[in-house]
Design a protein around this ligand. Structure first.
Ligand SMILES: Cc1cc2nc3c(=O)[nH]c(=O)nc-3n(C[C@H](O)[C@H](O)[C@H](O)COP(=O)(O)OP(=O)(O)OC[C@H]3O[C@@H](n4cnc5c(N)ncnc54)[C@H](O)[C@@H]3O)c2cc1C
Length: 487
């Protein structure tokens, strides 16, 4: 293929990982190839007056995270989620604001179901706590060291094996939780479920929504990097080429290629394999094959009511016996911040098997299946609908299956000393923050190649750990005061 242009670095994918890498490498005038007609990837929202509908990432990390820093820098506004995240609907009854330790007593379960749920709940609490302790970066450690440690923790055991036999009533609740992490209990490692419990329920470190919709962040980054980003341009090949790497692409003006000194690949593995397969060594390929992605089928619903609704004070509800496994109220933070009511935005999604069951269906069918079940929970929704948006993500996120940790060092190293990987799937937990952190490390590796002729260990950089006093106390108890997170 004739080389059409030369760059220091080419970045494939303009999700939050590719955008973060491009920002980090701005001094080297990177070229970013993005297959779709927008930036942001799995962060996707649209504004409807003061409301915003979202079909992707919606919960933001604290201000002292990398993403939090971007939010401040671009002058965006995140609002605290005030409604409880610990709600559960069973047998068409919403059990609100149930503290984990009280859940077994509040849920409509049989005696045996309750005992089984309580026993498993204690085990789960322990791994969530342990995970958050292990997430604290120790002096001299890199972010990659922390990722490996977290993936290794319970990394060879499935969540189903860890829980052992459960009463069917308890089993369906834990299955719904696993579906949130896009997997079934026998597919996912203890490590991955500990990450979910640690981040979402234990610490609430993802407790913010963006005013105007999450998409405002990648849009702002995309505007700043507009000269570097080429939309509707899909990478179609990658080959090592002397001391460089050549990436072939298909864009609006036809096929082309770019030769660069290094590349960052920031796309999910199912998108990476088609254009990188020929360049992969067997070891790298088997590491890539250890990464498992699953679906989320999402419905965002905007309603127009002005009067109070029963979901107003809630943020998220786990729904084990519905076609979807989660309901979110994206207007919770907006109204808690004092905005007068002008409708609601709810999001429901079905992950793992619930998602696979819906993937082949039309958007109208998906909408009807979800609305029919939502009628059971909140019959007020249907008559107030103004607008809906269906998004069937076939590859919504990666989950760490047992053994996934064994691929980690290879993934961190990249390929051939010149191709580096970024994205949530390179990490232990699927989030904007983990995607951005891996991008910062990939960019440091690229700088090593460009500026110093080879990869160097990325500098140690603090990983943000939750700042709530409960979590800080636990960290102090485990490591002593010296290694507790800085306030
Ligand atoms: C329903 C849902 C809810 C979520 N909720 C949250 C949440 O509340 N909080 C949170 O932090 N995270 C959440 N996430 C996860 C979060 O969205 C992701 O972790 C993060 O956005 C991943 O970013 P990324 O850059 O790694 O990948 P992506 O966003 O997938 O970006 C990859 C980009 O690469 C492009 N691409 C693919 N193939 C090619 C190719 N061959 N050539 C060029 N470009 C290509 C794609 O078009 C895409 O733009 C959620 C995800 C989903 C789906």
């Amino acid at each position: 293929m004739a080389v059409t242009e030369e760059r220091d670095v080419v970045i494939v994918g303009a999700g939050i990982a590719g955008l973060t890498a491009a920002r980090e490498l701005r001094a080297h005038d990177p070229l970013v190839l993005e297959a779709s007609d927008r930036v942001g990837g799995r962060i996707w929202s649209k504004q409807c007056g003061e409301l915003a509908m979202s079909v992707g990432a919606h919960m933001f990390p604290p201000p002292d995270s990398v993403i939090g820093g971007f939010v401040t820098e671009y002058g965006l506004d995140v609002l605290k989620i005030t409604g409880s995240m610990l709600n559960l609907a069973l047998q068409d009854r919403v059990i609100q604001d149930a503290r984990p330790e009280l859940m077994p007593f509040k849920l409509p379960l049989s005696l045996r179901g309750r005992a089984s749920f309580a026993r498993a709940g204690l085990k789960v609490k322990r791994i969530g706590d342990e995970y958050m302790r292990l997430a604290v970066q120790q002096p001299g450690e890199t972010a990659a060291d922390v990722r490996l440690r977290l993936l290794r923790y319970g990394g060879d055991e499935s969540f189903a094996d860890f829980l052992g036999p459960l009463h069917p009533e308890a089993e369906q609740i834990f299955r719904a939780l696993c579906n949130r992490t896009i997997a079934e209990p026998d597919e996912i490692s203890v490590s991955a479920m500990a990450a979910l419990f640690g981040h979402v329920w234990d610490t609430g470190d993802l407790g913010r929504n963006m005013r105007g919709g999450s998409g405002l962040l990648p849009e702002a980054m995309g505007r700043e990097l507009a000269d570097q980003i080429r939309l509707q341009t899909r990478a179609t090949s990658l080959a090592f080429d002397g001391a460089g790497v050549t990436v072939g692409f298909q864009g609006p003006d036809g096929a082309g290629s770019v030769r660069a000194r290094a590349a960052i690949v920031a796309v999910p593995t199912p998108d990476l394999i088609p254009f990188m397969a020929d360049a992969m060594t067997p070891g790298f390929r088997s590491a890539i094959d250890r990464v498992t992605f699953g679906p989320h089928v999402v419905l965002s619903i905007r309603t127009g009511e002005r009067e109070p609704m029963p979901w107003d004070d809630l943020y998220s509800i786990l729904t084990p016996d519905y076609a979807f496994n989660m309901v979110f109220n994206h207007t919770n933070s907006l109204y808690a911040a004092g905005t007068p009511k002008q409708g609601s935005v709810l999001m429901v999604y079905g992950g793992a098997q619930r998602g696979y069951a819906l993937l082949g269906k039309s958007h109208a069918e998906i909408e009807e299946i979800f609305l029919r079940d939502l009628d059971r929970l909140y019959p007020q929704v249907r008559s107030n609908i103004v607008e809906t948006w269906v998004m069937p993500w076939a590859h919504a996120g990666a989950f760490a299956a047992p053994g996934r940790w064994r691929a980690q060092e290879t993934l961190e190293r990249g390929l051939g000393g010149r191709v580096f990987l970024a994205g949530d799937w390179v990490s232990d937990f699927v989030s904007m923050e983990t995607a951005a952190l891996t991008a910062i490390d990939a960019a440091a590796n690229v700088r090593g190649v460009i500026e110093r002729g080879g990869v160097q260990q990325p500098p140690t950089r603090p990983v943000v750990v939750p700042r709530d006093p409960k979590a800080t106390k636990r960290v102090q108890a485990f490591f002593g005061d010296a290694s507790a997170p800085e306030e």
